[in-house]
Design a protein around this ligand. Structure first.
Ligand code: ATP
Ligand code: MG
Length: 188
């Protein structure tokens, strides 16, 4: 079973490329952002807690995210593969994921790092904000999310590099071309 970490800054196309991977490879998928938004929509305790962090462009605390992940891991037992979309976002989360998989005799197969220039990210997220209805897709929050990414999330790249799992993917260009680069890595 393949365990794929789909990584990149906000707006790098993780959600879009996850859909392509699911269609072609039939993998299971977990987007921590999607789970948190569903919790917010249902006004659960977790959703209420997450809302303040998300709208401030900050990360939701590791303990909450790791609990969330642990609860869904077993639902993938029969999948051909699993895509982790938007997780891990801190080195602590990456370590927790490695432990969770090790308990199942498994490990991350590859970390796909989508590389996109910052101005392009801002343009995409502002464009998405016009229709997404997401309370974090506005210029002020976008800038904070990018700062959070640079400070807390980008060190995750080195974690996977040292672990021999890093695959850089050019994340600018057509969705089809980017997906083709992803397929090259997944087919290895
Ligand atoms: P993309 O557009 O590439 O899918 P994104 O940054 O727009 O990425 P999500 O992955 O949906 O969006 O995350 C939205 C917000 O949810 C984050 O800004 C963060 O506050 C919170 N979040 C999601 N995943 C995590 C995580 N693993 N750890 C902490 N907070 C998270
Ligand atoms: Mg997303």
């Amino acid at each position: 079973m393949k365990y794929v970490v789909l990584f990149g800054p906000p707006g790098s196309g993780k959600g879009t490329q996850s859909e392509n991977i699911i269609k072609k490879y039939g993998y299971g998928h977990i987007s921590t952002g999607d789970v948190l938004r569903a919790e917010m929509a249902n006004n659960t305790e977790l959703g209420k807690t997450a809302k303040d962090y998300i709208e401030a462009g900050k990360l939701v605390p590791d303990s909450l995210i790791i609990d969330m992940l642990a609860k869904t891991m077993d639902s993938f037992a029969d999948a051909k593969g699993v895509i982790f979309d938007g997780f891990p976002r801190t080195v602590a989360q990456a370590v927790a994921l490695k432990d969770m998989l090790a308990q199942r005799g498994a490990d991350v197969s590859v970390m796909l790092n989508l590389i996109v220039e910052e101005q392009e990210l801002i343009n995409r997220l502002i464009e998405r904000g016009k229709t997404s209805g997401r309370s974090d897709d506005n210029l002020e929050t976008i800038k904070k999310r990018l700062d959070t990414y640079n400070e807390q999330t980008s060190p995750v790249i080195d974690f996977y590099k040292e672990d021999g799992k890093l695959a850089n993917i050019q994340g600018m260009g057509s969705i089809e071309d980017i997906f083709a680069s992803i397929c090259v890595e997944l087919d290895k």
